[in-house]
Structure formats: C-alpha cells, structure tokens
Design a protein around this ligand. Structure first.
Ligand code: NAP
Length: 512
C-alpha cells in the first residue's frame, strides 16, 4: 500500500483551539507540526483574562474536550484559573507543552505555489504546507473612544489586561460596560469593599442557572465512572441546544422560556422598582449575548454599588463626566468594554495568492467559507471564524467539529489528490447567501447593538441549529472547493520523509 505524504503544518496560537488541533493532527498521524504562541504561556483567553470573578458561563462538564473529561471541576461553572490549569494539564499529557514555541509571534504568513512561508518574531522562517490560525475570537480588547480618555491620570485598564499590582480595596472604581465580563467582575469589586460606580449604556438580560460546588464525593464518583461526566456533558449540550440555541434562531416556545426566565430573574432579584426599571432592556432576550450570572443583581443593590445610566460625556484627569452634568471622581477606571471579534489573526501580515493581503481581502466584509476557508488563501484554515455557531454554547465543541473538517481535507492532500485547496468565490457567495437567509428569523437582527454584528450590522453567527451545523460540517463538499497541482506528483515519499518538491505543473483540478 502507498505511504501517505506527511504535511508540515503551522498552527498559530496555543489556546484551546491550537492545543486541540495539535492533538488531533497527531492522532491522524501528522507529525510535522509547529505550534507558535506569542505569549510566555499557553491557554489563550484563560491565560489573558485574570480579572476577579473570571469564570466560564458554559457548564464546566460541557466546556471540556470530549476526549478528556475532567472530574476535578470545582463548580458547575468552572473558574478561569482552573480552566487554565485544565488546558495546561491536557497540553502536558498529550506532549503539546514540550512542542509549543512560546514567546514567538507570527509576523507574516505568505503563500506561494503550494507553500506557506511563516516568519516569526524570533527571526525564524518556517516553510509549511498548511497554516491553521487558532488565534481565537475575543482577544483584541476594544477600548472605547470616549472624549478625554487619554487625559485620565488615575489607573485605567481593560478587563483582559487586569493590573494585579493595584490594591482595589476601598478604592473608588468606575466600571464602564455591563456585558458578561462586567457581570462577573462587578460583584467581586463590590465584595472587596470598593466603592463601585457602574456606567451602563445599555441594560442586559440576565439568565440564572444555579452554580453549585461539586463535592469531593461527587468528584470521586466522576473519577470512578467517567461515563457520568459524559452523561452530564450530553445533558448540558442538549439543554443548551434545545432551549438557548433554538430560542435565538427564532423558535417561539424556546424564546418564551428564555424571556420568562430573564424577566422573572429580574423581577425577583431586584426589589427597588426604579433600579429594576433602569436594569430592564428594551430589546428581545438573546439579541445581545445572553448573560448567565447569579451574582450581579445582588451586588448592584449593595450600598457601595451605584448604577449610573445617564451616559458618559467625557473623561478628565480625575474621573468621568456624565451627560446629567455630574462628575464622578474615580481612583480606577475598569474598561469592561469587550473585544473586536473580527480582528482574528491580525495584526499578522497574511498574504495569499497574487500578493493579496487579508486586510484587502476583507476590506468590504470579513467572510469565510464555512467559517474556515478564505478564497485566495489555499491550505489555510481559520478556526472559530465568522459564522461559527458561537453564542451561549461551547466553543470547544465547535472547534472539535472544525478540526475534523480540516483533517479530512489535509488527509486528501496526504493521499496526493492535490497540492492546494481553497474555497471558491462562488462557494463563499453561496454560503453567505445561505447565512443571510437564515438570519432574518433570528433574534440578533432585532435592532440591538452587540459584538455579534459586523461593520455592516450583519450577525457573525450561525443562524441554524447546532445539529444542522454538525451535519453540514461532517464532510467537506468538494464541489465548493478548488484544488490544484502545484508540483509534479512524485513517487510517494515515505511517511517520515519530506515531500520532494520538483517542477511546477500548474493544472487546475477543480474537484467534483
Ligand atoms: P461585551 O459583551 O461586548 O460588553 C461590552 C460592554 O461595554 C457593553 O455593556 C457595552 O455597552 C459597553 N461599552 C462598550 N463601549 C462603550 C462606550 N464607549 N461607552 C459605554 N459603554 C460601552 O463585552 P464582554 O462583557 O467582555 O463580553 C464579551 C464576550 O466575551 C461575551 O459576550 C462572551 O462571549 C465572552 N465572555 C464569556 C464569558 C464566559 O463566561 N464564557 C465571560 C466573559 C465574557 P453597549 O451594550 O451599550 O454596547
């Protein structure tokens, strides 16, 4: 039997998706993998976000790799530091830690004739057959463009760049923003005795799911019987799939359940009608990403918490001026203002065919075929790209599906069916039309503003069911892809031998 070609693969980023991709490629028998990480530790989001209260609002037994259940989760919703430890442990167990090249950012990736040339911050150049961008979605802090922000003389930082050197106890802290992050951090600041002013531009819907501790006895049962964890994982996945996911894509009954859940939570958690009124959104539940939280409403009613809804006019040296003419003196300003979700691998210089830079390719719209592939960028995959079914669901589950899709295509390359594969422009147009058709019945187009929307106001989410996505991602549809031979097909090299590169034979073999 003929040996398969062994491709070289560069993976950019050693967060949840990069670790996963490395493990799955190895399982598939691919050994020439370079995993590059810009930071000094692996972990991505969970390395970067260390703000007080950081936790995952997807249930912990669902927020795990399917092949590596974790009996040690402390809570129904795992805390940030233990998620970071989990990824470290998995990376150690699967030999990813010893492979990853830390403190080495990718400066540029340039494609030419079947090869990617990747340059790193350490001055190294790697030539690879495939590049997988595993840089995540929410890692470019969005800093607000508020007049006077640069004149502030106190301490100011974004939640993803938390300054742990400052003792916040007893300080006057202004938190700008009321998203999922703010809902986690504000109760911690209030509990540590700070005087916390919350600057809310838009109220948010909050859904409560009890967050219990897993007892030692329970953890022991999980250790003894991993199937129990799997059952829990499946149960959470089904519940989220059939209630939350279906609610946001337009199923009436599920939408009502979510609406009732949020409204009752607000009604029973906040006693003062005036405060309740200020906390009541005027848009549909789920239009912005639903906040899953049990502590924010309690915290905002404490005497050292102040909800300010008048709108920020400007910032000066000592604090924040609101539109009602008030000046709020502050020692610290915390920017809980979210992220730029469509920056992806940038500022890396990504150059595809015909010297096309990604900034030019995406000048009019950030788009990708099946979230993963961009025309003119052959043998390049973008994990968690636009229209992945993000939202209140596990991004780990999504990444596992995407990793299998990528491996199926790489396997075809290994079988020597082509040297180059990319999505066609027509396929992307068709895919985007398909997405657009589904979006009209979703809750995201209800008129609210959120990070779900791109610059044109189009949601960057998947508007159909989770099941449909999994089904459609099960096999690459080769009719949507263009494949090409770049080098003369050599006698198949042995698994461990690098592929001989010979004469170019530019023959387009668009697959059936
Ligand atoms: P976010 O949801 O985008 O919220 C940003 C907040 O900042 C909003 O309240 C926004 O107000 C406000 N804001 C932005 N610019 C402002 C300005 N110039 N003036 C006043 N307010 C301004 O960001 P996030 O809370 O960091 O959450 C982002 C995402 O991270 C979440 O949706 C979630 O996907 C993820 N996350 C997940 C977890 C988890 O447990 N899994 C935890 C935290 C975060 P408007 O609403 O008016 O725009």
């Amino acid at each position: 039997m003929e040996a398969k070609r062994n491709p070289s693969v560069v993976i950019i980023g050693a967060g949840m998706t990069g670790i996963l991709m490395t493990i799955k490629l190895r399982e598939a028998g691919i050994t020439d993998i370079t995993l590059l990480e810009k930071s000094d530790r692996i972990g991505g989001t969970w390395r970067e976000n260390t703000y007080p209260g950081v936790a995952c609002d997807v249930p912990s037994h669902m927020y795990t790799y399917s092949f590596e259940p974790n009996p040690e989760w402390s809570n129904v919703f795992a805390r940030g530091h233990e998620i970071q430890q989990y990824f470290q442990k998995v990376a150690d167990k699967y030999g990813v830690s010893e492979k990853v090249r830390l403190n080495e950012a990718v400066i540029s990736s340039v494609y030419k004739d079947g090869k990617w040339t990747v340059k790193t911050s350490k001055g190294d150049t790697i030539v690879a057959d495939f590049v997988v961008s595993a840089t995540g979605i929410l890692h470019h802090p969005a800093k607000p463009d508020i007049p006077g922000i640069d004149t502030y003389a106190g301490t100011m930082f974004h939640t993803a760049e938390w300054d742990h050197s400052i003792d916040l106890r007893g300080k006057r802290i202004g938190v700008i923003g009321t998203g999922s992050t703010a809902a986690q951090v504000i109760p911690e600041l209030v509990d540590m005795g700070a005087e916390v002013s919350v600057f809310q531009r838009t109220p948010q819907w909050i859904f409560k799911i009890p967050d219990g501790l897993y007892s030692e006895k329970m953890k022991e049962r999980f250790r003894q019987n991993p199937n129990m964890m799997n059952r829990r994982r499946v149960w959470f996945t089904r519940s989220l799939e059939h209630i939350f996911t279906k609610a946001v894509i337009g199923r009436k009954v599920q939408r009502k359940i979510m609406e009732w859940g949020c409204k009752l939570n607000l009604r029973f958690s906040v006693k003062d009608p005036e405060l309740r009124n200020k906390l009541t959104p005027d848009y549909q539940v789920g239009c912005k990403r639903l906040i899953i939280n049990n502590t924010f409403y309690k915290a905002i009613q404490k005497p050292n918490a102040h909800l300010i809804t008048e709108g920020i006019e400007r910032i000066d040296e000592t604090g924040i001026h609101t539109k009602d003419g008030q000046h709020h003196e502050l020692d610290v300003i915390v920017l809980s203002t979210g992220f730029d979700p469509t920056a992806y691998m940038r500022p890396m210089n990504l150059v595809g065919k015909e010297d096309l830079n990604i900034d030019d390719a995406w000048r009019h719209k950030v788009r990708a075929y099946r979230s993963l592939m961009v025309p003119n960028y052959p043998n390049f995959f973008l994990m968690l790209g636009p229209n992945t079914p993000i939202g209140n669901f596990s991004v780990i589950a999504m990444s596992e599906v995407q990793s299998q899709y990528i491996i199926k295509l790489i396997n075809r390359w290994r079988e020597n069916l082509f040297d180059e594969v990319e999505a066609t422009e027509t396929a992307v147009d068709r895919f985007m039309a398909y997405i657009k058709a589904g979006l009209s019945s979703t809750v995201w187009v209800g008129g609210c503003k959120s990070w779900y929307l791109d610059a044109d106001g189009d949601p960057i989410l998947w508007p159909y069911t989770w099941g449909k996505w999994v089904k459609e991602m099960a096999e690459p549809n080769l009719a949507d892809l263009s494949t090409r031979r770049v080098v003369a097909a050599p006698a198949i090299a042995a698994e461990t031998q690098p592929m001989a590169r010979g004469k170019k034979r530019k023959e387009t073999v668009t697959a059936e």
